[in-house]
Design a protein around this ligand. Structure first.
Ligand SMILES: [Zn+2]
Length: 423
């Protein structure tokens, strides 16, 4: 049966439609109409709530929910080498499945419909995604330090098998890309090989880029150039690159990203928490670089709440640049719903003919009233817990704040067992 979302206000990055109704037919938004048409519908009463396009978490590591609030107060290198990597060495397939499902429950409950994930055990993340109803672009986070036999390396083998098994799985909800972890955790041959695989499979490449000053200093010492220039000289930007963090970029780096059609993913909470710095979002925007927003993993944030990232994305740049007009609410919403960056071009906007990836924000809350401006209410007043309904490809994943596809009590129980094993 078709679904009717009635009594709703639509807020896209580009436009606002007040007091309207949305009709969903299968996976698609069939009609947006001020009057309710004739017909049989499953009716969802938004009660004057705000419908926004599904939020897009453009950089995360979903199974890392298992390490939420585990290690605090360290810089990236100490945090990774002394705390995260040793625990990850003890993780198994089961841990990744339940950790990712917990992450996906959190993402659904706070309005995310599409996420971009990089981690190990990715078939398990794909299986959790099949179960949750979310949409995802998944890549096997691959590190490599050796030299010979790189083609037979575990990360490469698993990247290829993940693509073959899961690209376009779950009725097209899952796509797969290549995910070499970073310049400082790989080498030139490996990066070029991952790029060639992305080229061969017609997919994108996900990488951490210029997250810290140390990463830039090390690249300068080892290669005599910035991480971005290093990747450029290797030809990595011949494919679509989705680069996380992008905190420390020169004008030349930014020009490379722009000319390559790469996407810079802003991770404001993680960059603040690890003391990495504040990304130059205004410079990136002025240069015309495509921008998205991500939470990063739950261990360096420590939540996966995209409404918080959207909020910070605007506030942080305006404060850092001492310019209240640097990043507007519309800019931040555009970045936070940038599904095209992940290869999902048919969503990211509530409009007829688009995929029905829709989030309804409840406005019947003290902090949401009164509403002078709907878009400002989304960007500056709303929180993740205000999300009442979530639809992805037309399927309802959250109903009056309740998860419909995930048994959260079972997830908590299984996570308890995982933690006993790992810690
Ligand atoms: Zn990351």
């Amino acid at each position: 049966m078709k679904k009717l979302i009635k009594n709703v206000n639509i807020v896209n990055a580009e436009n606002i439609l007040k007091n309207t109704n949305i009709i969903i037919n299968g996976k698609y938004i069939e009609k947006i109409a001020d009057t309710i048409p004739e017909g049989e519908f499953e009716i969802i009463d938004a009660k004057g709530g705000i419908a926004i396009p599904g939020l897009v978490n453009a950089h995360t590591h979903s199974p890392m929910t298992l390490l939420r609030n585990y290690a605090d107060g360290y810089n990236l290198q100490t945090w990774l080498n002394d705390y995260i990597f040793p625990v990850e060495d003890r993780m198994s397939d089961d841990d990744a499945y339940w950790g990712s499902l917990l992450a996906q429950a959190e993402m659904i409950a706070s309005g995310t419909t599409l996420f971009h994930d990089m981690y190990m055990f990715m078939p398990q993340v794909a299986k959790a995604t099949e179960a949750s109803g979310l949409k995802a672009l998944l890549g096997r986070g691959a590190t490599y330090f050796g030299n010979p036999l790189f083609a037979e390396h575990q990360g490469t083998i698993e990247s290829i098998s993940l693509f073959k098994e899961f690209n376009n799985a779950a009725d097209g909800r899952i796509k797969v890309n290549m995910a070499p972890h970073a310049v400082y955790t790989t080498n030139d041959k490996f990066l070029m090989h991952m790029k060639e695989l992305a080229e061969e499979f017609g997919t994108s490449l996900h990488i951490h880029l210029s997250e810290t000053v140390k990463e830039n200093d090390d690249a300068a010492a080892q290669y005599g150039k910035s991480p971005t220039k290093y990747l450029y000289d290797l030809g990595v930007f011949d494919v679509k690159v989705i680069a996380a963090h992008c905190v420390h970029l020169s004008d030349e780096d930014i020009a490379i990203l722009k000319n390559a059609g790469a996407t810079a993913v802003h991770n404001p909470s993680s960059n603040l928490k690890l003391g990495s710095g504040i990304a130059p979002m205004k410079r990136l925007m002025d240069a015309g670089v495509d921008i998205a927003i991500g939470t990063d993993g739950a261990s360096s944030n420590n939540n996966l709440n995209m409404l918080e990232e959207l909020h910070l994305a605007s506030l942080l740049t305006n404060g850092a640049d001492m310019n209240p007009e640097a990043v507007s609410a519309a800019d931040a919403l555009k970045w936070a719903t940038n599904s095209a960056a992940l290869g999902f071009e048919d969503s990211g906007e509530i409009a007829e003919g688009k995929k029905a990836d829709i989030v309804i924000i409840d406005v019947n809350k003290p902090h949401m009233q009164p509403i002078h401006n709907l878009r400002l209410a989304v960007c500056y007043s709303a929180g993740g817990t205000d999300v009442s309904y979530v639809f992805a490809d037309g399927k309802m994943l959250l109903d009056k704040g309740q998860l419909t596809t995930i048994d959260i009590e079972k997830v908590y129980f299984e996570i308890g067992k995982c933690l006993k094993r790992i810690f």
